[in-house]
Design a protein around this ligand. Structure first.
Ligand code: MN
Length: 501
């Protein structure tokens, strides 16, 4: 199933003129068949188009430049069906600005033991043709993706798709504008960061907008639009008893409809697909958005609380990488521990958890919000789906960025928490809460993250490579001493890689 329809992957085969036209025609036919096979694969979420068999340095450079200039090109799959001397690729690879994957495959899976002859060997020489080519990116220090195996297998196609999703996230990051409504929460360190460095590293642009302008957009929402949106709420959620009969709680619900429509119209006008706000800066609007933010997130907008634009951007990027996959993706915060026999983390936020992670129909209710402002606010309450999950945070270390990922197992809470008026998920970090939290803290990870049950670790790894940032992973194999050692070694690597500035 294709979930990315505005961008395609280009399939480019490398060869050389040595073999004569008959062999090259066969190479082209085979390449078209591989490209069509990948395009037809139910495991690939983007279309694959055959482009060319390139045989000279000029042809290589030309196709790389064409890829750079075509906004519909998400990335390239490169394969050397025969032998393609790597010096031919130096200019093209150095010019290429799109993500690319090296597919180390072979047209036929099995050897034809009885009939194999030298002609067959010369046509099917990826085994060394791809190694010749692969020497070049290794030598240039390019962290490109390498996928090995027969192109018809599900494993290979799924690996290509995992990388495709990362490439789509990388593209999204370069088109993304994050709207800041209000500044950072006062005195908080981890939500701060260098917006210019973020744009040069990740591509997204973070823009501040006045609360007065947002308030104007919210005030302009018509009564008819408010009524229609409230009707949507009532049909989509379980509504708390008496909520719409009480004039005060009804007004709280209408406020959310106003904020949702007003914020979305404002962001559409500004071309923003992610936003932050801060309960300390709400002048002119009806309060800290609850349901409004939850629903915008469920429609694909990125969000980060308390001015956290890094998490807002990452939430949007992860939602794009998750497209069409099972499981939700949300802004999240490690909130409170259960330090029992097995350490557990209750994840939540004041209001803003995305209903895409809900295990059941969310309940629409109004409760008193007491942090920063004291106000009744309508919110959606639900519990996260049990199962494997992970959380990813973006850390600004001052001189560089670090991505930090923790593998989790979300579990069913042992009982209801009737007095807690927020959406929540309960999880057990791998390998255990103590190791995970120790490593998280040593790595400088903050309290905000993107929680996902849709985006795989491999896709996050590929994204980190495309963005050129460190990724630290805490999983079932992690130990504290080895993790700390990796941090120290990585510090040296990234310092050397950056060089003198
Ligand atoms: Mn927070």
């Amino acid at each position: 199933m294709k979930h990315y329809t505005d961008k395609q992957l280009w399939f480019v085969t490398g060869s050389q003129t040595l073999y004569g036209p008959a062999v090259l025609e066969q190479v082209a036919r085979d390449s078209k068949e591989v490209a069509a096979g990948l395009d037809d694969s139910p495991h690939l979420s983007a279309n694959v188009v055959y482009k060319d068999v390139v045989k000279t340095p000029d042809e290589v450079l030309k196709i790389c430049r064409e890829a750079n200039n075509d906004p519909g090109c998400a990335g390239l799959i490169l394969w050397m069906h025969t032998f393609s001397p790597a010096k031919m690729w130096i200019g093209g690879i150095q010019a290429l600005q799109k993500p690319w994957l090296h597919l180390h495959t072979q047209f036929n899976a099995g050897l034809p033991w009885d009939s194999i002859d030298m002609n067959y060997m010369n046509l099917h020489q990826s085994a060394h043709g791809d190694r010749e080519f692969g020497h070049l990116p290794a030598r240039l220090g390019i962290d490109n993706k390498v996928v090995v195996g027969h192109w018809k297998t599900e494993r290979v196609q799924r690996q290509i798709d995992g990388w495709t999703r990362a490439a789509m996230g990388w593209h999204e990051a370069h088109e993304l504008v994050v709207a800041r409504f209000g500044d950072n929460m006062r005195q908080v360190a981890v939500t701060e960061g260098d917006k210019v460095s973020a744009q040069t590293q990740f591509g997204y642009n973070v823009q501040a907008y006045g609360l007065g302008d947002l308030a104007e957009s919210c005030d302009a929402v018509s009564d008819a639009d408010l009524d229609a949106r409230v009707e949507e709420y009532l049909s989509e959620y379980t509504v708390a008893d008496g909520l719409m009969q009480d004039a005060h709680t009804r007004e709280c619900v209408v406020n959310e409809a106003r904020l949702e429509i007003g914020m979305e119209r404002f962001m559409q006008e500004m071309g923003c697909m992610a936003f932050t706000n801060n309960f300390e800066n709400l002048t002119g609007i009806t309060g800290l958005p609850g349901v409004a933010t939850q629903r915008l997130m469920s429609r694909g907008y990125g969000y980060g609380g308390e001015g956290d634009w890094k998490t807002a951007a990452m939430t949007r990027i992860m939602k794009v990488m998750a497209r069409g996959k099972e499981g939700g993706t949300s802004f999240m915060e490690d909130y409170t521990y259960h330090l029992g026999e097995t350490g557990q983390v209750l994840g939540s936020h004041m209001l803003e958890v995305c209903p895409s992670i809900a295990a059941q129909k969310p309940t629409l209710e109004v409760a008193l919000h007491t942090i920063g402002i004291r106000k009744d606010i309508a919110r959606l309450r639900f519990v996260g789906v049990p199962g494997p999950s992970r959380m990813l945070t973006v850390i600004d270390l001052g001189h560089r960025f670090r991505l930090l990922l923790s593998e989790l197992d979300t579990v069913e809470p042992p009982q209801d928490m009737p007095s807690l008026p927020t959406a929540r998920a309960l999880w057990e970090p791998r390998p255990d809460m103590e190791t995970s939290a120790t490593c998280w803290i040593h790595a400088g990870g903050g309290h905000h993250s993107v929680y996902t049950q849709a985006v795989d670790l491999d896709t996050v790894r590929d994204y980190a490579d495309l963005a050129g940032v460190e990724l630290m992973v805490i999983d079932e194999a992690t130990t504290v001493p080895a993790f700390r050692q990796e941090l120290r070694q990585n510090a040296a690597y990234w310092s050397l890689k950056r060089g003198v500035l």
